[in-house]
Design a protein around this ligand. Structure first.
Ligand SMILES: *[C@@H]1O[C@H](CO)[C@@H](O)[C@H](O)[C@H]1NC(C)=O
Ligand SMILES: *[C@@H]1O[C@H](CO)[C@@H](O)[C@H](O)[C@H]1NC(C)=O
Ligand SMILES: *[C@@H]1O[C@H](CO)[C@@H](O)[C@H](O)[C@H]1NC(C)=O
Ligand SMILES: *[C@@H]1O[C@H](CO)[C@@H](O)[C@H](O)[C@H]1NC(C)=O
Ligand SMILES: *[C@@H]1O[C@H](CO)[C@@H](O)[C@H](O)[C@H]1NC(C)=O
Ligand SMILES: *[C@@H]1O[C@H](CO)[C@@H](O)[C@H](O)[C@H]1NC(C)=O
Ligand SMILES: *[C@@H]1O[C@H](CO)[C@@H](O)[C@H](O)[C@H]1NC(C)=O
Length: 660
């Protein structure tokens, strides 16, 4: 080797910033109650961002805004079911390219606190666990159940080796890795399970990485949530007593850094309740209190984003969360800067240097206006096209899992066994409609059954009449003991006193059909029977619009509003945007990121309206607007009513338990 080359090599090593004796390190310093990064005292001020709730093209913009707020770290979950939707089929590309997300964070100058689960809660479908785990009907999730453990081992055996190069000590951005999530809030309290995870994570990631747990800030939560060898941290919001909360952490960790892993800058919503808001002033005040103690903090959420498609979770007793996960966070669902963003930035600036330079501006929004929608077909009319696998027959109803359906909709068909000349109760006595059932008899909509809300409707009809029941999965429970959330008709329905039998069940591949443009327009020879004024059978509608010429920088982000529509699902150019339910609220508009729109061809809007579209006169519209509405409910006449939710001035609306 020439001297020159030796010189170059030395220079290279120096440029890497590390002589061989001082490779990057991150650890807990128990003597000085802090973290140590490269041997120096270190405190993180972090924010939560879930890559799975933001289109990939916007990751950089959002991360940069977080960096410019003065954060030195971000925190993200990895939802198992987002990457292994079908057992053994992994997806880490496009919007699911978590490695790219980690690289972007590092390029921007942000460290990463990683929360790979396996359970994440997060108001995400089944708390991140894949629904196929329920194929074993009596599986005990989040425990030492051997089938659960085997699936976890396989998944972590895939995921953690991918993550390893991104650990801080290996030159990457990840300073710490959380094991499980708020395990102390779960009934199982299975220490062997936590121990197994701890060993599993260590075996894949090595001995050096800081592993930690997060639990509610109460000694009771830490009892089952903390484990020797995993650094115990707590979570709490602006309403909590900071001293008391950290005393709870000290109960589990007498020495080491104080850490609030989820400081709630906002709160979640549920369909039918008001929009949760937390004031900037209370967030700023409590953040200041936490930082003044020298504690580490992660702001949950710094940007909430969107539950696209079917990805929202639900609380128990069953209350599903809406499509928007705006969370009243410092960056809005669309990544816009808010007053809360600047309030937080100002507090951070009192403790560490805020980077210089411009903050990326909020993205412009464009109101593309009204788009006319035409009726395509009812679900029943389109059944041949929608059911790829064809029908399954059985005496008693089968669940989504039995039918190998994960998300969306299954059509359950049977006939009336007797003449129902008088109104006869059709019931789900055991609350087994999971979650909402749109019932028609001979093509006429007769009512809706809903889990925990409507257990009985009346039907009339002749013996032999066709009963079609479209059952919607509105999202699996993500928190508590109800996470084994089977979907479909999970118990028998009764007509009068007797269980209905003789079912033909159609698994529907609606997303595939919509994205492949296979939905036909209404066949003029097919006419649907007259419907009651209040209700129609589930029906597809379609429309299209062109991005206007001559306006610079289009397409831009927008919001879609369906003022007199009732409840359903929307696709833009085949991408499943999510659920709409303005009659329940509080979400009225859905965020449509610009990357879904095209200037090269007309943009296609497909709507599956489940209850009744405002199209009786033939013409009806959806509307693209430039402002979101997340705090209202729409009356059938189209009038908006503002709904307030969890607000510290109205604490009775605010859940007392921690739900993350
Ligand atoms: C994987 O995920 C990406 C991003 O969501 C998606 O575009 C792609 O179609 C998925 N691939 C498969 C094989 O499902
Ligand atoms: C907060 O908690 C501490 C410790 O439990 C207690 O001493 C203090 O009085 C509490 N403060 C308030 C305002 O309740
Ligand atoms: C239903 O009523 C019709 C007359 O309306 C009668 O012919 C038929 O036998 C009845 N069927 C049953 C199953 O009771
Ligand atoms: C069903 O009809 C009966 C008789 O008309 C009526 O008393 C009852 O309230 C109805 N039930 C529902 C759920 O509409
Ligand atoms: C329906 O009822 C039958 C007979 O009682 C029972 O064997 C079956 O398990 C029930 N099915 C469901 C899905 O509850
Ligand atoms: C909308 O649908 C039409 C007809 O199927 C298709 O030609 C067009 O490419 C679609 N537009 C986009 C942006 O995909
Ligand atoms: C509802 O939200 C809008 C912004 O989207 C806000 O301007 C308005 O003040 C909110 N109303 C209430 C009562 O919270």
């Amino acid at each position: 080797m020439s001297l020159l080359r030796v010189g170059c090599l030395l220079l290279l090593l120096t440029l890497l910033g590390q002589s061989l004796g001082a490779s990057p390190s991150f650890s807990v310093d128990y003597d000085n109650d802090c973290f140590l990064k490269d041997g120096e005292k270190f405190r993180y001020i972090s924010g939560s961002i879930h890559y799975n709730r933001i289109p990939r093209v916007y990751w950089k913009d959002r991360l940069l805004k977080m960096y410019m707020a003065g954060l030195n770290a971000i925190q993200t979950y990895i939802p198992w079911n987002y990457h292994e939707q079908h057992q053994g089929q992994y997806n880490f590309t496009g919007d699911r390219d978590v490695a790219h997300f980690l690289k972007l964070a590092q390029d921007i100058g942000l460290l990463v606190i990683l929360r790979p689960g396996p359970y994440i809660c997060a108001e995400w479908e089944m708390g991140g666990l894949p629904a196929w785990l329920l194929n074993k009907k009596d599986i005990v999730l989040r425990s030492s159940d051997p089938d659960y453990i085997a699936a976890v081992d396989t998944w972590m055996g895939k995921l953690l080796p991918m993550i390893k190069p991104y650990l801080y000590q290996n030159g990457g951005p990840i300073i710490s890795v959380q094991v499980e999530n708020e395990y102390g809030s779960y009934f199982a309290c299975d220490y062997n399970y936590l121990r197994h995870l701890s060993t599993l994570f260590r075996s894949h990631l090595g001995d050096e990485v800081v592993l930690f747990t997060t639990d509610g800030a109460g000694v009771g939560y830490l009892k089952c949530g903390a484990l020797q060898g995993l650094y115990a941290t707590v979570d709490f919001g602006p309403g909590s007593n900071i001293t008391a909360a950290f005393q709870a952490q000290r109960h589990a960790e007498p020495r080491g850094p104080l850490v609030n892993s989820e400081f709630y800058a906002g709160w979640l919503d549920n369909w039918g309740s008001g929009h949760s808001v937390v004031s900037s002033s209370s967030v700023a005040k409590a953040l200041n209190g936490i930082l003044a103690l020298g504690a580490n903090v992660n702001i949950y959420m710094f940007i909430g984003g969107t539950n696209f498609g079917y990805w929202n979770g639900a609380n128990s007793p069953y209350r599903p969360q809406p499509t928007s996960y705006d969370y009243d966070a410092p960056l809005t669902e669309a990544g816009d800067l808010t007053e809360k963003y600047f309030a937080i930035r100002e507090v951070i600036g009192m403790y560490q240097k805020i980077p210089e330079g411009p903050i990326p501006p909020s993205t412009p929004k464009y109101a593309y206006g009204a788009v006319s929608m035409k009726k395509l077909q009812t679900v029943t009319d389109a059944l041949e096209i929608l059911s790829f696998s064809g029908p399954v027959k059985s005496v008693y109803p089968q669940s989504f899992n039995d039918l190998k359906q994960i998300f969306g909709f299954v059509l359950y068909r049977t006939t009336l066994p007797v003449n129902c000349s008088k109104p006869t109760p059709l019931s789900s006595p055991l609350n087994g409609v999971h979650d909402r059932a749109y019932v028609s008899v001979d093509g006429v909509a007769v009512g809706i059954l809903e889990r925990f809300k409507v257990l009985t409707i009346n039907v009339t009809g002749k013996a032999g009449s066709q009963v079609d029941i479209l059952v919607e999965n509105m999202g699996r429970i993500n928190y508590g003991s109800g996470i084994n959330d089977f979907k479909g008709l999970v118990t028998n329905l009764t007509l009068g006193q007797d269980p209905l039998t003789g079912w033909t069940m159609y698994s529907l591949s609606i997303d595939e059909v919509v994205s492949q443009g296979l939905l036909p327009v209404q066949n003029p020879t097919l006419t649907n029977p007259p419907q009651p004024a209040a209700l129609s059978p589930p029906t597809f509608y379609g429309g299209s619009f062109i991005i206007p010429d001559g306006i610079p920088d289009l397409p831009q982000d927008t919001y879609i509003s369906l003022p007199k529509w009732r409840k359903g699902q929307i696709w833009i150019n085949g991408f499943n945007l999510g659920r709409y339910w303005p009659t329940r609220g509080p979400q009225v508009t859905l965020f449509v990121p610009a990357n879904l729109l095209s200037t090269a061809a007309p943009n296609n809007v497909t709507v599956l309206e489940l209850e009744g579209a405002p199209c009786s006169s033939g013409v009806c519209t959806v509307e693209f607007t430039s402002t979101p509405i997340l705090n209202a409910t729409v009356h059938p006449d189209g009038n908006l009513l503002v709904k307030k939710g969890c607000d510290e001035n109205e604490p009775r609306y605010c859940p007392q338990v921690l739900l993350h």
